[in-house]
Design a protein around this ligand. Structure first.
Ligand code: UDP
Length: 330
């Protein structure tokens, strides 16, 4: 991959910044395209070339690709808020579906050989037990639908515009880099581990649990939490794989372990202060349980998953939050 010109759309965001940090070590040229609507300047890697722009503007995207002879694209730019998506479908159609279409169309006749697309386990819908990549997509909410459509677009144009793709279906991403420089800033997505970290820094930390009568071991929802640094590593390994094997790939990105909301809270409380737990009504669109079957990713990519440790994930998120509270970015 040395000397490749890699474009990360949404590279000023939580996951994008971790991918950039991991790529820097690989001696590649990194370009970041981000409109900074939900991304942060603070998260932009100083070894990357930053272009402020929007994927909704096809002229901008074409220019970035052609001016810089981009060889690979890691496409993360998207709107991410599940409940906002239900209220503002237009915005999500335009950012997530139209934006992806623009990106793919801009690859026509270009130097782009590979595209990695950030998809989501939400495309599976309601599932029982570990879900594998062959499971039929059944997206429930509009956000999930936009990710599903994004996958379809990436696949549809691959032969026509001569690129290989890696579709990565993220499970629940959490934690922060051990560098201490980057982590999740945006709190509006309401992620569980982020919320716990935010609350625990307050005098009277309250955590609301959405639903307690799901058909799970303790009535709360079960998810598969993956450390953001391991997720970043999967992007690099996938890119290497599709590039050297000249083969496209669809992969689940999780650890294959399900934790309930109460499990996560209990683990946090063991080493930190107590949280006041308030059970409240179910969050619309939540599914009872989803965790990954990771046979394929383990076999194909030979993953190390260095941070596969829920305590480590929670602690790193907490450490980052403490630091963030001190800075003016909160
Ligand atoms: N959750 C919760 N309280 C919170 C945030 C999340 O009970 O303050 C639950 C949520 O209902 C879901 C799980 O925690 O079952 C993970 O939610 P998150 O928003 O982190 O990720 P999602 O699975 O929705 O992508």
């Amino acid at each position: 991959m040395k000397n490749n010109n890699i474009l990360i759309t949404g590279g000023a965001g939580y996951i994008g910044s971790h991918i950039a940090e991991a790529l820097v070590k690989k001696k590649v040229n990194i370009f970041i395209l981000d409109n900074l609507k939900t991304g942060f300047k603070k998260l932009i890697n100083n070894k990357a070339i930053f272009i402020k722009g929007d994927i909704k503007n096809i002229i901008t995207v074409r220019k970035v690709i052609n001016d810089n002879n981009i060889t690979d694209i890691i496409h993360l730019a998207a709107s991410l808020n599940v409940s906002e998506a239900e209220k503002n479908k237009k915005k999500y159609f335009s950012n997530n579906i139209k934006g992806t279409l623009n990106l793919v169309k801009s690859c026509k006749g270009s130097t782009v050989k590979n595209i990695i697309f950030s998809s989501s386990c939400s495309i599976y819908g309601n599932v029982n037990g570990a879900v594998n990549e062959r499971s039929k997509p059944d997206p429930k909410g509009y956000y999930a639908f936009t990710k599903y459509k994004g996958e379809e677009i990436i696949k549809k144009y691959a032969n026509k515009y001569k690129y290989k793709y890696g579709i990565l279906r993220y499970f629940n991403v959490a934690g922060a880099s051990s560098s201490g420089k980057i982590g999740e800033i945006n709190s509006s997505n309401g992620h569980l581990i982020k919320n716990i970290a935010i609350q625990s820094l307050k005098k009277k930390p309250i955590i609301y649990i959405y639903g307690n009568n799901y058909k799970t071991k303790d009535g709360t929802c079960i998810r598969d939490y993956i450390h953001v640094s391991d997720l970043a590593d999967i992007h690099i390994k996938t890119l290497k794989y599709i590039n050297t094997k000249s083969k496209s790939l669809v992969l689940n990105c999780g650890y294959g372990i399900g934790y309930s909301v109460l499990d996560i809270i209990k683990i946090f409380q063991k080493n930190n202060k107590k949280l006041i737990i308030n059970f409240t009504k179910k969050r619309p669109g939540d599914i009872a349980q989803v965790y990954a079957n990771i046979n394929k990713s383990t076999q194909v990519l030979n993953l190390k998953n260095k941070s596969n440790n829920i305590k480590k994930i929670i602690n790193s998120a907490f450490k980052w939050e403490k630091q963030l509270t001190k800075s003016h970015y909160k």
